[in-house]
Design a protein around this ligand. Structure first.
Ligand code: SF4
Length: 242
C-alpha cells in the first residue's frame, strides 16, 4: 500500500467515516437506464467501493420518468441547451432535473458531507461536459447534462468524475487520494485545528497551496484536478514526492 494511503486511510476516524461519494446508479449495476439496462463498472465496485461510502442516484428515475422510458437529447435553443424527449421535443425535462439536483445541493452539509460524484459520461442528465448537443446535426459540440451541470454550478469545489476517467488502477487510486483530502477538509471546517490541516496539505501541494483557508486550498486543488488529467498527474506526483 502506498505510504500516503497508509497515512490517510489509517486515520483513526476512517473506519466510521469513509468519504461519501455519489454515483450514477447505472454505473453500480442498477437496472435504471432508459432501456432497463445498466452500465456496471467493475473498477468502481472492486477498487473504489471498499474505501468509500457510495450513494447511488438516478436523476431520471427520481423525477418520475420511469423504467423503461423515452430517450432524451440535449438540444440548443434560444434559452440555452435544454433536455428534451427525443421523439417529442415539446416535452422539456430540464427544470425537473435542475430541481432534483438542487435538492441534492440542499442536502450537502454536516449530515451529508459529500466529497464528489462519479457520473455516467455522455448522459443528458449525468454527463460532465460530455453530452453531445444536437446529436442529429453531429457538430461535435458538448455540454453538461442538466443534473451534473447544476451540481457543478452550485458546488464548484466538488470532485466530478465520469467512468471514462476511472479506467485504470492509478486513476482510481488518485480519486481515493483526492476524496480523502476532501473528507479531511470538510471535517476540519468545524474543527479548531483547521490551520494544522492546511499546513499539512500545503506542505504536500507546495506552491499551489493557499495558506490560511482550507476551502480556498481545496478549490485550487479541485479546479486543477477536476478535468485536466495532465495537471492532475503533475500535482499528484508532487504530492507523492513529499
Ligand atoms: S446516466 Fe444518470 S440518469 Fe441515466 S440511467 Fe444512469 S444514473 Fe440514471
Amino acid at each position: 500500500m502506498s505510504l500516503w494511503r497508509e497515512q490517510l486511510f489509517l486515520h483513526p476516524q476512517v473506519a466510521a467515516s469513509r468519504p461519501l461519494v455519489a454515483s450514477s446508479a447505472c454505473l453500480l449495476g442498477e437496472a435504471v437506464r432508459y432501456d432497463g439496462g445498466h452500465k456496471y463498472q467493475a473498477n468502481i465496485e472492486q477498487l473504489l467501493a471498499p474505501w468509500l461510502q457510495l450513494q447511488a442516484i438516478c436523476p431520471e428515475v427520481d423525477i418520475g420518468l420511469g423504467i423503461p422510458r423515452p430517450t432524451l437529447d440535449g438540444i440548443s435553443t434560444p434559452a440555452g441547451v435544454r433536455i428534451l424527449v427525443t421523439d417529442n421535443h415539446s416535452v422539456d425535462v430540464t427544470e425537473s432535473l435542475v430541481e432534483n439536483a438542487q435538492s441534492h445541493v440542499d442536502q450537502c452539509g454536516p449530515f451529508w458531507p459529500l466529497c464528489g460524484y462519479i457520473f455516467k459520461a455522455r448522459s443528458p442528465s449525468c454527463g460532465v461536459g460530455s453530452l453531445a448537443i444536437d446529436p442529429h446535426l453531429n457538430l461535435g459540440e458538448t455540454a453538461y447534462g442538466a443534473f451534473a451541470g447544476h451540481i457543478h454550478q452550485q458546488l464548484p469545489w466538488l470532485l466530478l468524475y465520469e467512468e471514462d476517467d476511472l479506467q485504470t488502477e492509478q486513476a482510481c487510486e488518485d480519486l481515493l487520494l483526492l476524496t480523502f483530502i476532501c473528507r479531511d477538509m470538510l471535517w476540519q471546517q468545524s474543527e479548531p485545528d483547521m490551520a494544522a490541516l492546511v499546513a499539512h496539505y500545503s506542505k504536500r501541494l507546495g506552491p499551489l497551496a493557499v495558506e490560511g483557508d482550507a476551502m480556498a486550498l481545496w478549490m485550487v486543488v479541485a479546479e486543477l484536478l477536476r478535468r485536466d488529467n495532465k495537471k492532475r498527474r503533475k500535482l499528484i506526483a508532487q504530492f507523492r514526492a513529499v
